[in-house]
Design a protein around this ligand. Sequence first.
Ligand SMILES: N[C@@H](CCC(=O)N[C@@H](CS)C(=O)NCC(=O)O)C(=O)O
Length: 206
Amino acid sequence: MQDEVMFYTNPQSRGRIARWMLEEVGAPYRTEVLEYGGSMKAPAYLKINPMGKVPAIVHRDQVVTESAAICAYLAEAFPQAGLAPLPEERASYYRWLFFAAGPLEAAIIDFKTFSVEPDAQQQMTVGYGSYAAALDSLSSWLKGHTYVTGERFTAADVYVGAMIVWGMEFGTIEKRIEFIDYAQRATARDAYHRATEKDDALEATA
Ligand SMILES: N[C@@H](CCC(=O)N[C@@H](CS)C(=O)NCC(=O)O)C(=O)O
Protein backbone atom coordinates (compact mmCIF):
# COMPACT_ATOMS: atom_id res chain seq x y z
CA MET A 1 0.00 0.00 0.00
CA GLN A 2 1.30 3.45 -0.86
CA ASP A 3 2.80 5.34 2.07
CA GLU A 4 2.24 2.40 4.41
CA VAL A 5 4.03 2.42 7.75
CA MET A 6 5.57 -0.85 8.93
CA PHE A 7 5.07 -1.08 12.69
CA TYR A 8 7.13 -3.41 14.91
CA THR A 9 5.72 -3.90 18.34
CA ASN A 10 4.59 -6.14 21.16
CA PRO A 11 1.25 -5.42 22.85
CA GLN A 12 2.97 -5.48 26.25
CA SER A 13 5.37 -2.67 25.50
CA ARG A 14 5.86 1.00 24.78
CA GLY A 15 4.64 0.02 21.34
CA ARG A 16 1.22 0.99 22.67
CA ILE A 17 2.37 4.62 22.55
CA ALA A 18 3.33 4.32 18.88
CA ARG A 19 0.08 2.59 17.99
CA TRP A 20 -1.92 5.34 19.69
CA MET A 21 -0.02 7.85 17.54
CA LEU A 22 -0.52 5.80 14.36
CA GLU A 23 -4.24 5.78 15.07
CA GLU A 24 -4.22 9.52 15.76
CA VAL A 25 -2.70 10.39 12.40
CA GLY A 26 -4.76 7.83 10.49
CA ALA A 27 -1.66 6.39 8.82
CA PRO A 28 -2.05 3.18 6.82
CA TYR A 29 0.08 0.68 8.74
CA ARG A 30 0.96 -2.98 9.00
CA THR A 31 1.79 -4.53 12.35
CA GLU A 32 4.46 -7.09 13.04
CA VAL A 33 4.41 -8.47 16.58
CA LEU A 34 7.83 -9.44 17.90
CA GLU A 35 8.48 -11.77 20.81
CA TYR A 36 10.63 -10.77 23.76
CA GLY A 37 13.98 -12.51 23.60
CA GLY A 38 13.03 -14.18 20.29
CA SER A 39 12.25 -12.33 17.07
CA MET A 40 13.04 -9.03 18.86
CA LYS A 41 16.70 -10.12 19.09
CA ALA A 42 16.88 -11.92 15.74
CA PRO A 43 19.29 -10.63 13.04
CA ALA A 44 16.45 -9.50 10.74
CA TYR A 45 15.05 -7.15 13.36
CA LEU A 46 18.46 -6.06 14.71
CA LYS A 47 19.06 -4.60 11.24
CA ILE A 48 16.09 -2.32 11.87
CA ASN A 49 16.76 -1.59 15.54
CA PRO A 50 20.19 -2.70 16.78
CA MET A 51 18.84 -2.29 20.33
CA GLY A 52 16.48 -5.20 19.68
CA LYS A 53 13.69 -3.21 21.30
CA VAL A 54 10.21 -2.14 20.28
CA PRO A 55 8.59 -0.03 19.04
CA ALA A 56 10.11 0.82 15.69
CA ILE A 57 8.54 1.99 12.46
CA VAL A 58 9.75 1.98 8.88
CA HIS A 59 8.26 4.60 6.61
CA ARG A 60 9.46 5.54 3.13
CA ASP A 61 12.54 3.32 3.73
CA GLN A 62 13.45 5.21 6.88
CA VAL A 63 13.64 3.71 10.34
CA VAL A 64 12.39 5.55 13.41
CA THR A 65 12.91 4.11 16.88
CA GLU A 66 12.14 5.71 20.27
CA SER A 67 8.49 6.20 21.12
CA ALA A 68 8.79 9.96 21.51
CA ALA A 69 10.60 10.29 18.17
CA ILE A 70 7.96 8.11 16.51
CA CYS A 71 5.23 10.44 17.82
CA ALA A 72 7.05 13.54 16.57
CA TYR A 73 7.92 11.93 13.22
CA LEU A 74 4.39 10.76 12.48
CA ALA A 75 2.96 14.19 13.35
CA GLU A 76 5.16 15.68 10.64
CA ALA A 77 4.83 12.85 8.09
CA PHE A 78 1.03 13.04 8.29
CA PRO A 79 0.46 16.79 8.75
CA GLN A 80 -3.23 16.58 7.87
CA ALA A 81 -3.84 15.19 11.36
CA GLY A 82 -2.83 18.58 12.80
CA LEU A 83 -0.74 17.12 15.61
CA ALA A 84 2.58 18.79 14.80
CA PRO A 85 3.21 21.98 16.77
CA LEU A 86 2.32 25.41 15.42
CA PRO A 87 5.23 27.86 15.60
CA GLU A 88 3.89 29.38 18.82
CA GLU A 89 3.51 25.90 20.37
CA ARG A 90 7.02 24.66 19.64
CA ALA A 91 8.68 25.79 22.84
CA SER A 92 6.41 23.86 25.18
CA TYR A 93 6.01 20.98 22.70
CA TYR A 94 9.73 20.23 22.54
CA ARG A 95 10.33 21.09 26.15
CA TRP A 96 7.86 18.58 27.58
CA LEU A 97 8.29 15.90 24.94
CA PHE A 98 12.04 15.76 25.66
CA PHE A 99 11.50 16.15 29.39
CA ALA A 100 9.13 13.18 29.47
CA ALA A 101 11.28 10.93 27.26
CA GLY A 102 14.51 11.79 29.08
CA PRO A 103 14.55 12.93 32.71
CA LEU A 104 11.02 11.91 33.65
CA GLU A 105 11.32 8.39 32.28
CA ALA A 106 14.68 7.90 33.97
CA ALA A 107 13.27 9.21 37.28
CA ILE A 108 10.35 6.79 37.14
CA ILE A 109 12.48 3.76 36.30
CA ASP A 110 15.19 4.55 38.86
CA PHE A 111 12.94 5.48 41.75
CA LYS A 112 9.85 3.34 41.22
CA THR A 113 11.17 0.29 39.40
CA PHE A 114 14.66 -0.02 40.87
CA SER A 115 14.21 1.91 44.16
CA VAL A 116 17.25 4.05 43.40
CA GLU A 117 17.21 7.51 44.94
CA PRO A 118 20.07 9.92 44.27
CA ASP A 119 21.37 11.82 47.32
CA ALA A 120 21.54 15.62 47.40
CA GLN A 121 24.99 15.67 45.76
CA GLN A 122 24.02 13.17 43.05
CA GLN A 123 20.83 15.12 42.31
CA MET A 124 22.99 17.93 40.96
CA THR A 125 24.33 15.56 38.31
CA VAL A 126 21.40 13.36 37.43
CA GLY A 127 19.16 14.96 34.80
CA TYR A 128 15.92 14.58 36.70
CA GLY A 129 17.20 15.81 40.07
CA SER A 130 14.78 13.70 42.05
CA TYR A 131 11.58 11.80 41.28
CA ALA A 132 9.61 14.35 43.33
CA ALA A 133 11.17 17.32 41.53
CA ALA A 134 10.46 15.80 38.10
CA LEU A 135 6.85 15.08 38.99
CA ASP A 136 6.35 18.50 40.59
CA SER A 137 7.68 20.17 37.47
CA LEU A 138 5.22 18.43 35.15
CA SER A 139 2.23 18.60 37.46
CA SER A 140 2.65 22.33 38.03
CA TRP A 141 2.77 22.85 34.26
CA LEU A 142 -0.38 20.80 33.71
CA LYS A 143 -2.16 22.70 36.48
CA GLY A 144 -2.23 25.73 34.20
CA HIS A 145 -2.56 24.03 30.81
CA THR A 146 -5.26 21.87 29.28
CA TYR A 147 -2.70 20.17 27.06
CA VAL A 148 1.09 20.26 26.89
CA THR A 149 1.13 23.24 24.51
CA GLY A 150 -2.00 24.94 25.81
CA GLU A 151 -5.50 24.41 24.46
CA ARG A 152 -4.68 22.11 21.55
CA PHE A 153 -3.92 18.37 21.66
CA THR A 154 -0.62 17.59 19.87
CA ALA A 155 1.72 14.64 19.42
CA ALA A 156 3.42 15.65 22.68
CA ASP A 157 0.17 14.77 24.46
CA VAL A 158 0.25 11.26 23.06
CA TYR A 159 3.66 10.67 24.61
CA VAL A 160 3.16 12.59 27.85
CA GLY A 161 -0.40 11.27 28.08
CA ALA A 162 0.74 7.67 27.67
CA MET A 163 3.34 8.09 30.40
CA ILE A 164 0.82 9.57 32.79
CA VAL A 165 -2.05 7.21 31.99
CA TRP A 166 0.00 4.02 32.17
CA GLY A 167 2.24 5.35 34.93
CA MET A 168 -0.77 5.90 37.19
CA GLU A 169 -2.16 2.51 36.19
CA PHE A 170 1.10 0.74 37.10
CA GLY A 171 1.65 2.83 40.23
CA THR A 172 4.83 4.52 38.98
CA ILE A 173 3.26 7.98 38.76
CA GLU A 174 1.48 9.47 41.75
CA LYS A 175 -2.24 10.03 41.31
CA ARG A 176 -2.20 13.81 41.57
CA ILE A 177 -5.34 15.71 40.58
CA GLU A 178 -3.55 17.44 37.65
CA PHE A 179 -2.52 14.04 36.27
CA ILE A 180 -5.95 12.51 36.79
CA ASP A 181 -7.69 15.40 34.98
CA TYR A 182 -5.14 15.40 32.17
CA ALA A 183 -5.38 11.61 31.77
CA GLN A 184 -9.15 11.89 31.46
CA ARG A 185 -8.79 14.35 28.59
CA ALA A 186 -6.14 12.26 26.84
CA THR A 187 -7.99 8.96 27.12
CA ALA A 188 -11.21 10.50 25.81
CA ARG A 189 -9.63 10.42 22.33
CA ASP A 190 -11.13 7.97 19.82
CA ALA A 191 -7.64 7.04 18.65
CA TYR A 192 -6.67 6.02 22.18
CA HIS A 193 -9.63 3.64 22.31
CA ARG A 194 -8.97 2.17 18.87
CA ALA A 195 -5.31 1.57 19.72
CA THR A 196 -6.12 0.06 23.11
CA GLU A 197 -8.70 -2.30 21.60
CA LYS A 198 -6.20 -3.52 18.99
CA ASP A 199 -3.42 -4.10 21.50
CA ASP A 200 -5.72 -5.72 24.04
CA ALA A 201 -6.94 -8.09 21.33
CA LEU A 202 -3.36 -8.99 20.39
CA GLU A 203 -2.47 -9.50 24.02
CA ALA A 204 -5.43 -11.81 24.51
CA THR A 205 -4.27 -14.08 21.69
CA ALA A 206 -0.61 -14.14 22.78
N1 LIG B 1 13.50 4.35 24.70
C1 LIG B 1 12.74 3.33 24.02
C2 LIG B 1 12.58 2.15 24.96
C3 LIG B 1 12.16 0.91 24.23
C4 LIG B 1 12.10 -0.27 25.17
O1 LIG B 1 12.85 -0.37 26.16
N2 LIG B 1 11.22 -1.23 24.84
C5 LIG B 1 11.09 -2.42 25.64
C6 LIG B 1 9.60 -2.76 25.78
S1 LIG B 1 8.68 -1.48 26.56
C7 LIG B 1 11.75 -3.57 24.89
O2 LIG B 1 11.62 -3.68 23.68
N3 LIG B 1 12.42 -4.47 25.62
C8 LIG B 1 12.93 -5.68 25.08
C9 LIG B 1 14.39 -5.90 25.32
O3 LIG B 1 15.10 -4.97 25.68
O4 LIG B 1 14.82 -7.02 25.09
C10 LIG B 1 11.39 3.88 23.56
O5 LIG B 1 10.90 4.84 24.19
O6 LIG B 1 10.83 3.42 22.57
